[in-house]
Design a binder for this molecule. Structure first.
Ligand code: FES
Length: 590
């Protein structure tokens, strides 16, 4: 008997199927379960879409197939699940000809990109990790651009909770890293971003949109209004003002200046998270397109106006009043910048960074003022601050409490965000109000000086050769991943990073390895921030001593927080194997 066509495989005779009830067709394709039920024949993927358990072992009742592992239930005819966490099971066409049953061995969708886009929407709406992983994998396999996936997730996150959250920050941080990531890590990055956004939105009320004012005041008035509304914590007024600024066509650099002026009305607000979230919202729009600014940018206003500033904190007031010192210095900045002019070529970033690590707050602000007089632009100050904060992490003494890693981390990610924002503002606005944040960051850095008492040794300094470590790049990176597999390998991780870079091996390969180390873990929010901020700062410094110190800081932080259970990696791996048609479990006889 001829096959219906070459895509079909012979499953058995109809009589045999009637007697046995079910048959499994094996071959180079995925295993296919053929079922006879109440006079009809059905065929579906034999691997449960949840975790791959063979469905041939399931039970059938009233047209409902139940997997016997976690008891997910499926409509036999369509393969659709009654239990969303399990996902739908793919079905395949059958033909019965002259008493023989043939099944089509290829599964697929007429429009894979559209199918997986809808599944990503479903996974986000119901916080379904496995569905999200498959949808990301399916879209990548259908050649959907990575930026399109980021856009879909970002817009969902902006619309389905009342304000910017950790998930959107993670999504943006990981999306920023995509150019450094090979295929497998890109899949993991997008999956982690999607699952964290979905988790953030789970059970949340959707966001209610507000409208811009119908007038179009000038940027100076809008900037002043936003500062006013932030000061008095008037969220609705602040959102309408920001929407008006967007509707007025203010450029992203000017919007950055307007927002930082309002944000810096409070000192180091929410231990730096508020400013970091603002920067991430800007970076998100760089990735997904500024036409989405009205949907995305106002989401950061709620946290900004509600944030608690350090001016309410005792540590900032006694024994030295650091807030007063910042205010006095900030009042001098306009004249200092005006006097220095727009000089180009100031390059003492590393020197200033080391001065910022001093133990006298007055000398620290004097160093900042001296840098401005010498021609440092606001973005230069931000870059020095970020490097100083990275050195704090690189020298973090492991005798400190483990939770203090986060104290050091907060200053670094704040400083990186500030550097990015000041760089964005550039010369598009005066940015002087925004520079107050440099003073705030410098004082936050000063307050963490105890974290470097005693300072940890930075490997590779002064010609230290580290010859006890491997020399080959692949071996170094494999050893580094192995170090992240064990607890308390902070110093070894730092030494391996120093070894890799001092031998002139590829920084990109090292960054990809650090990303792999983070992406395979159930990493916390801060680990993603640390990694991305470190890569940002690394690229600002090129291949220098400073960039080596920055990646050492990243590696030390990641090593201090590894390994974890890796449950998300297991979900991603199951999804990947199911999508690729692999058999996850050995089938048993019927
Ligand atoms: S329900 Fe089938 S493998 Fe979990």
């Amino acid at each position: 008997m001829d096959a219906p066509n070459k895509d079909f495989a012979f499953a058995g005779s109809l009589d045999e199927l009637k007697v046995k009830g079910r048959l499994v067709v094996h071959g180079r394709h995925r295993p296919i379960l053929v079922i006879y039920d109440r006079g009809r024949v059905f065929a579906l993927d034999n691997r449960c879409p949840h975790m791959g358990f063979p469905l041939e072992r399931g039970s059938l009742d009233d047209g409902i197939l139940t997997c016997h592992w976690h008891h997910a239930r499926f409509d036999l005819e369509s393969g659709c699940t009654f239990d969303l966490w399990a996902d739908d099971v793919p079905i395949c066409p059958i033909e019965v000809r002259n008493g023989e049953v043939w099944v089509k061995t290829t599964f697929g969708h007429a429009n894979p990109a559209a199918h997986w886009r809808q599944r990503l929407a479903d996974g986000l709406a119901h916080d379904l990790g496995l569905v999200l992983a498959k949808a990301v994998h399916g879209q990548l396999a259908a050649d959907v651009p990575r930026a399109d996936i980021v856009r879909q997730v970002a817009l969902f996150g902006a619309q389905n909770r009342d304000g910017w959250g950790v998930g959107l920050t993670i999504l943006t941080a990981l999306a920023n890293l995509l150019p450094f990531l090979p295929e497998e890590e890109a899949y993991l990055a997008l999956f982690h971003g999607a699952r964290r956004v979905a988790a953030d939105c789970d059970g949340e009320a959707p966001r209610r949109e507000r409208a811009p004012l119908e007038s179009r005041p000038d940027p100076t008035a809008l900037k002043g209004w936003l500062q006013r509304w932030s000061n008095v914590r008037h969220r609705e007024a602040a959102e309408r003002t920001l929407l008006t600024a967007i509707a007025s066509g203010l450029s992203p650099p000017v919007l950055a200046d307007v927002l930082l002026a309002a944000e810096t009305e409070r000192v180091f607000a929410d231990t730096g998270h508020s400013l970091d979230f603002i920067n991430k919202a800007f970076e998100c729009l760089d990735l997904i397109g500024w036409e989405h600014a009205p949907a995305v940018l106002p989401t950061i206003v709620g946290q900004m106006v509600a944030a608690r500033g350090a001016e309410e904190s005792t540590a900032w007031r006694q024994p030295a009043d650091l807030v007063a010192l910042c205010e006095e210095t900030a009042s001098q900045l306009p004249d200092l910048f005006a006097a220095s002019g727009a000089r180009q070529g100031w390059s003492d970033h590393a020197t200033l960074a080391r001065e910022l690590l001093g133990d006298d707050p007055v000398r620290i602000v004097d160093a900042i003022k001296a840098a401005v007089r010498a021609g440092a632009a606001p973005a230069d100050l931000g870059r020095s601050l970020a490097y100083g904060a990275a050195l704090r992490v690189a020298r973090f003494g492991t005798a400190n409490e483990h939770a203090d890693w986060e104290t050091a981390h907060h200053v670094f990610t704040f400083a990186n965000a500030l550097h990015q924002m000041l760089d964005r503002i550039g010369t598009a606005a005066d940015g002087v109000a925004a520079v107050r944040a440099v003073l705030h960051g410098a004082m936050a850095l000063y307050l963490t000086r105890y974290l470097n008492v005693p300072p940890a040794h930075i490997p590779g300094e002064n010609g230290e050769r580290l010859d006890d470590l491997p020399a080959d790049a692949d071996t170094i990176l494999a050893t580094l991943l192995d170090a992240f597999d064990r607890q308390r390998q902070v110093d070894l991780a730092a030494r391996l990073v120093a070894r890799h870079l001092s031998l002139g091996h590829s920084p990109r390969a090292l960054i990809a390895t650090l990303a792999r180390a983070a992406l395979r873990e159930d990493a916390g929010f801060h680990a993603y921030q640390m990694l991305e901020a470190g890569v940002r700062q690394f690229t600002a410094w090129g291949n220098t001593d400073a960039s080596r110190h920055i990646l050492i800081a990243v590696a030390r932080y990641l090593a201090a927080h590894s390994p974890t259970e890796r449950a998300a990696l297991q979900t991603a791996d199951i999804a990947r194997r199911l999508m690729l048609g692999a058999e996850l479990h050995q089938e048993a006889g019927v």
